[in-house]
Design a protein around this ligand. Structure first.
Ligand code: NDP
Length: 332
């Protein structure tokens, strides 16, 4: 018989949680995303081990979407299988999220932001995961063709139906975010959280979005904090066979590994070493300096990468001199 999973009894020894905006919901400073490495093409033993490692270290939040895989839907299905075996007794200790907004099924109702798509997609996600509700449901990207009132109205209905406890938006710009938050507030369902990309090489959120989140009392969970692996030491001496570039190569390609970027990572890696951090830890510490950011949403292909990321929470905050050095490298 399979050994029964018993979560580490010390998983809450470290207080790694902070309130998500002005809500009463706390999220771990590091959360785990299932975009890659949980699909049908991936090793289920590793996937299961990663979820256990994360939860054993106090990571209470797992992030999914309808189209994670490949194929689409398979990350939710695989998560559902692992959840059933390992995590059912811990359901109330977990924050599960999913999303809809990108292409999911053929025809006019399987993409973007209509009420029809968002509600049907969440129903499908719940079936795949085998859970009656998720904690957070997101509109995955803005849809310029659908009235914002319709997409936000769907999120409000979803909360009222009990299929999600909170709602959020992803990749909306500052102005769209303000409007979405105002509509949701009027409907009586606060917008809990925004999920934008943010890392040392991708800083668009600094140009207005973070201010709007603060003004609206929303939290933020940022995706691709390691630029899909570029902001680690992984590509500093070639492209390893087990890397995202080699294994998947769709969202992160060889040509993304420019010499200009790698030169910067080499210099950043030197600074990281001086602080006694790995490059990945350094990149995470840099993000967590922003008080409006509730959680850093990492991806991982091995349990060790989750352990490495968690090490960043033990480090001191970056001082002014270190921040100046980082800016110098990034602007060089
Ligand atoms: P990251 O930037 O954290 O990249 C993760 C990848 O970096 C890993 O798969 C691994 O790649 C590599 N890596 C991670 N840790 C280390 C380490 N310590 N040392 C060396 N390499 C490391 O995030 P993702 O791009 O994966 O995004 C994270 C999550 O954000 C997703 O799972 C998803 O939940 C969410 N997301 C949301 C989007 C949205 O539109 N809302 C869009 C994209 C992501 P390797 O395989 O090479 O080992």
């Amino acid at each position: 018989m399979e050994p029964f999973y018993q979560a580490n009894s010390g998983r809450y020894d470290q207080d790694i949680y902070q309130y998500c905006g002005k809500s009463g919901l706390k999220l771990p400073k590091i959360s785990l995303g299932l975009w890659h490495n949980f699909g049908d093409v991936d090793a289920m033993d590793t996937a299961r081990q990663m979820l256990r490692t994360a939860f054993d270290m106090g990571i209470t939040h797992f992030d999914l979407a309808n189209n994670y895989g490949p194929p689409y839907g398979s990350a939710e299905e695989n998560f559902g299988k692992i959840f059933k075996k390992d995590f059912q007794p811990y359901r109330d200790e977990l924050i599960l999220s999913t999303k809809a907004g990108w292409d999911m099924w053929p025809g006019p109702y399987g993409d973007l932001g209509s009420r029809k798509y968002l509600i049907a997609s969440l129903d499908q996600s719940l079936k795949r995961m085998g859970v009656p509700y998720v904690d957070i449901f997101y509109h995955h990207r803005p849809d310029p063709q659908t009235p914002l009132e319709e997409s936000m109205g769907a999120l409000d209905s979803i909360v009222r139906s009990g299929k999600a406890l909170y709602v959020g938006i992803s990749s909306y710009n500052a102005e769209e975010t303000r409007k979405a938050a105002e509509i949701l507030r009027t409907l009586g369902t606060p917008c809990l959280i925004h999920q934008p990309s943010y890392n040392m090489f991708d800083r668009w959120v600094e140009d207005g979005l973070l201010d709007v989140l603060k003004e609206q009392g929303m939290g933020a969970i940022v995706f691709s904090p390691l630029a899909q692996g570029i902001l680690t030491d992984k590509y500093l001496s070639g492209v390893p066979a087990d890397s995202r570039v080699k294994r998947s190569g769709i969202y992160l390609k060889d040509q993304d590994l420019t010499e200009e970027k790698l030169k910067k990572v080499r210099a950043l890696n030197e600074l990281a070493r001086k602080r006694g951090q790995s490059m990945a830890q350094f990149a995470i510490s840099w993000i967590l300096r922003q008080p409006v950011i509730t959680s850093v949403l990492i991806g991982a292909s091995k349990p060790g990468q989750i352990v490495d990321a968690m090490g960043s929470l033990k480090a001191s905050t970056l001082d002014e001199h270190e921040m100046e050095q980082i800016e110098g490298i990034l602007n060089s």
